[in-house]
Each structure stands twice: as structure tokens, then as C-alpha cells.
Design a protein around this ligand. Structure first.
Ligand code: SF4
Length: 380
């Protein structure tokens, strides 16, 4: 048991993975299962037990309930989870941010009230698209109409939150995607995230593409979709504070910023990652091995550790920093890696206006947004 505590000291953010979904989407590569409700009940007890065993979460600032889908839990199970979290000595009432992910078809007044009663103050709604035929192709259970109604409810109930979209979907046109973005702007969204579709080989959608049942994602449209959406959001007063995340001032996600700033956090539940001093730990990916691990007392030996090389740490630090609005602190880099950052290598990109230096920070400019991977390869 003592071992379990080594890697959790000083964590100030907690991610909790709720691994259940009513059905599994065709592109899904998360740890998610469509399981009977008795497993939901067992999960709630086990994940709270995991937190007790991995004690050491002090002065928590952010908590994020993600998945899977936390909103797939019944009112009874969600209440048990929230009560259990409140009972742990985590000072839930003093959090700066307490977020919960929702699927549109699971949003209702009773669940919203429950979340509010327990101090949840931010939502993240998995919309993905407002085109019904694309939603069907993705294997999502909601329609555009359900998503818009869910967003409206959540946006009125919570002081802040995000609509999460995907782009570069098979059969998606630039107009389709931009129309989604505009819809949420006109509904008063304070935060929008959008990610280009990536498909793992084993996903059902990838297999359908291989069998030529549907088209491949339109990768050639990626730059146009991304840049036009960014322009729409920026003209609506939303700032790009991370490559895929746009927010009105004051509505940036504090929890996700912890990941980008490489601050320590702990993940609980199956497949959850923790990060401490450059090392990533992950719990068993699938539900049953994870449940066994918790029942055995969460031994550290049951965690997968990823200890990066010095070079790997450097690449990750620069890559994550350049994704953010603040960019890379040159003095912070020198302090962490014991050497000066080579501006000579960055110079060609500064000349091209892909990178800039501003108050001691190396930052990505709009024209460089699509070239980050190429830039990283050359500057490190
Ligand atoms: S809602 Fe998300 S986690 Fe659940 S099956 Fe769909 S993609 Fe996977």
C-alpha cells in the first residue's frame, strides 16, 4: 500500500474515467464498454476505493469526470459517485473547476440539477457533428436536434462549458463543418473544441473504409476546415488558447490546461493516466483487470509506467508548449533542460512567420498552426 502513495504526492488535479457508454461508437478508441447497470454500481464503489488507496491528493484545484460517458450513469449511481467524492477529504467545495462530460441524449433536468447540487460548474458536451447522416455514420445515438437542445439546457444551467466537435469526417464538406461551428457561435457558446478525426486500424469505421463502404476522411480539406473555423471563432471573440480549443476570455478549461502545462495530475478508473515529474502512469486499460487491481489494493506494480528518454521529454515539453497560446518559455526550457534553446534552428521558421518570439517566449503564429509537427522535427 505504501508504494501506491509514492506517485501521487502533490497532485492537484484529478481525472476520473467512467468507462460506460450505452453503445460503442464506430470510431471509438477509448476504454469504453456497454455494460449492465450492476457493473456501474460496482464501478462506483471501486473507483472511490481507488481514491482512498491512492490517498495524497491535496489541495485539489480541478476535477474532471470523463469517459466513456459519466452521463450514462443512472441518477442513483451518479449521486453515489458525487456523494462519495464529497466524502473523501478532497475539499470538493473549494475546487476552481469541476467538469463533467455529457452525451446529448443523456442530458435531462434531473441530472443537471444533481450535478449543480454537487458543485459541478463546467460541462463538456460531445456533439461531434450537427449533420444527422454523419452522426449515423459515426455510430452516435443522438441527432442534431437532440444535440442543440442539450447544449441549450447545459449552457443555461452552467456558467461555462464546451461544445466538442470533430472535423475531417468521411463525407463531410467544409460547409458542413463550418455550419456546425457557426451554429454554436450563434447559440452563445463560450468554449468550442474541435479535433480532426484520427482512426485506429481496428476501429469499425476504419474497417468500413478499408472495405470501401465509406470514403476516407478528406485529409486534403483539413487546412481549409481548420483555418476557416478558427477565423469564425476568432471573429466571434473566442481566442485560440490551444490548437484545438477556443474560448471567450475567462472560459478556458483549467483542467485541460494542467495537461498542456505538464502539471502533476492523477487519473482514476480504467485506462486513466497520471503524470508526475515527467513520468506517466496508467491504470489497467480494461474494466475487469482494473477492478481486480483495485480489489488487490492498487499495487504500484499493476500500473504501466512510461519513463521517456531525455530527448522524448524535451520533444513533449516543446510540442505541448507550442500548442498553447503562451508558447514555450525560453528561460523555463533552460531551467528544465540545463541548456539554452537553440534559436538558430528556429530562425528559418521565424523568418517564414510560422514562429515568433514574444517577451521571452517562442510562440506559434496562425500561419504555422498547420505545420507544428514539421517545425518540431527541425527545431529539436
Ligand atoms: S461516446 Fe465517446 S467513449 Fe463512448 S463509445 Fe462513443 S466515442 Fe467512445
Amino acid at each position: 500500500m505504501r508504494n501506491a502513495k509514492i506517485y501521487i504526492t502533490l497532485m492537484s488535479s484529478l481525472y476520473m474515467h467512467i468507462p460506460f457508454c450505452v453503445s460503442i461508437c464506430d470510431y471509438c478508441d477509448f476504454s469504453a464498454i456497454a455494460a449492465p447497470e450492476r457493473l456501474h454500481e460496482e464501478y462506483v464503489g471501486l473507483v472511490l476505493r481507488e481514491l482512498e488507496l491512492r490517498e495524497g491528493l491535496k489541495n485539489l484545484e480541478t476535477v474532471y469526470l470523463g469517459g466513456g460517458s459519466p452521463s450514462a450513469l443512472s441518477i442513483k449511481n451518479l449521486r453515489c459517485l458525487l456523494v462519495g467524492l464529497q466524502k473523501q477529504d478532497l475539499k470538493i467545495d473549494e475546487l476552481k473547476e469541476y467538469s463533467m462530460e455529457w452525451n446529448p441524449e443523456e442530458v435531462n433536468d434531473e441530472k443537471i440539477q444533481l450535478a449543480l447540487d454537487f458543485g459541478i460548474n463546467r460541462f463538456s458536451l460531445g456533439v461531434q457533428s450537427l449533420n444527422d447522416s454523419l452522426l449515423k455514420m459515426l455510430g452516435r445515438r443522438h441527432s442534431a436536434k437532440t444535440a442543440l437542445a442539450a447544449f441549450d439546457k447545459l449552457n443555461h444551467a452552467f456558467s461555462t462549458g464546451s461544445a466538442d466537435l470533430m472535423f475531417c469526417l468521411p463525407n463531410q464538406s467544409t460547409e458542413d463543418f463550418l455550419s456546425d461551428v457557426k451554429s454554436f457561435v450563434s447559440l452563445g457558446a463560450k468554449h468550442i473544441s474541435f479535433y480532426g478525426m484520427t482512426l485506429e486500424n481496428h476501429s469499425s469505421l476504419q474497417q468500413q473504409i478499408r472495405k470501401k463502404k465509406i470514403l476516407s476522411p478528406p485529409e486534403d480539406l483539413y487546412p481549409e476546415m481548420y483555418l476557416c473555423a478558427a477565423e469564425i471563432l476568432e471573429s466571434a471573440g473566442m481566442e485560440r488558447y490551444e490548437i484545438s480549443n477556443f474560448a471567450k476570455p475567462g472560459h478556458e478549461s483549467k483542467h485541460n490546461s494542467v495537461y498542456w502545462q505538464r502539471k502533476p495530475y492523477m487519473g482514476a478508473g480504467p485506462s486513466a493516466h497520471s503524470y508526475l515529474q515527467g513520468i506517466r502512469y496508467s491504470t489497467p486499460r480494461n474494466y475487469l483487470p482494473w477492478a481486480r487491481w483495485v480489489k488487490n489494493g492498487c499495487p504500484k506494480s499493476g500500473l504501466t509506467q512510461d519513463i521517456p528518454s531525455e530527448k522524448g521529454r524535451e520533444i513533449e515539453a516543446v510540442w505541448l508548449a507550442l500548442r498553447t497560446r503562451e508558447g514555450l518559455s525560453l528561460s523555463g526550457y533552460e531551467h528544465e533542460f540545463g541548456k539554452k534553446f537553440s534559436l538558430e534552428k528556429a530562425e528559418p521558421f521565424i523568418k517564414k512567420q510560422w514562429l515568433t518570439i514574444n517577451e521571452g517566449r517562442l510562440q506559434l503564429k496562425t500561419s504555422g498552426l498547420l505545420w507544428l509537427d514539421k517545425i518540431i522535427l527541425k527545431i529539436l
